[in-house]
Design a protein around this ligand. Sequence first.
Ligand SMILES: [Zn+2]
Length: 243
Amino acid sequence: MKVDMETHRLQRLNTCFLRLLLIVAAALAVLVALWFYQGGWDRMQRSRLLARILPEQVIAGPQVAIISGHRGFDSGAVCDDGAMEALVNEEIANRVADLLKKEGVSVEVLDEYDPRLEGLKVQALVSIHADSCIDQSGFKVASAEQTVISQQDALLVSCLKERYAQATGLSFRASAITKDMTQYHAFQRVADDTPGAIIETGYLGGDRALLVEDPDRAAQGIAAGILCFLDAQAEMARTPTPE
Ligand SMILES: [Zn+2]
């Protein structure tokens, strides 16, 4: 009888212990979920300590950053009929991101003055804008006036130029490139070795049909340009440099 009671007591203790364990596990799960929800994974990816332990690919974050021109800041050019540059840019930027993701490229779409631009290190940064409401046609691409990676910048620009013209049929307007483009604020914010370009996808005036009614075509041109650049870079990395 006494032995029975002892076993019973032990059993009760056991169930008590198990329940406690379950509660602790559940609480832990909730805490972990909360941490992830509040961007814990992002922070972990940016952690310097982990960067030393984990291979670069795991920690590297997005390969490509797209700036959705004017987003989070102002509306950009606004035409008489209410067409807004910022919205046109965003339609194209999101499509570019989707197209690149389909090709297995990790992409982040950023605001015009996104805090993440500070020291940003990616394989390519492309900012998407559109030109004014005047009745003209054509697109422009430019990189930073001052750069320590002029070859890479030039390659990104030429890839974008070629593929965007192919996809859209628009003509390139080199003469219309302004200091607003070559001294673009984001070029100064990102890491020195981040290749960057800004594209003016066309005029909200003369190229309205393409920009508003066919943003897929514009997006395909930009995505193809970025892929052309990434492929060329990967190819160069594989080819050993002659001594
Ligand atoms: Zn703009």
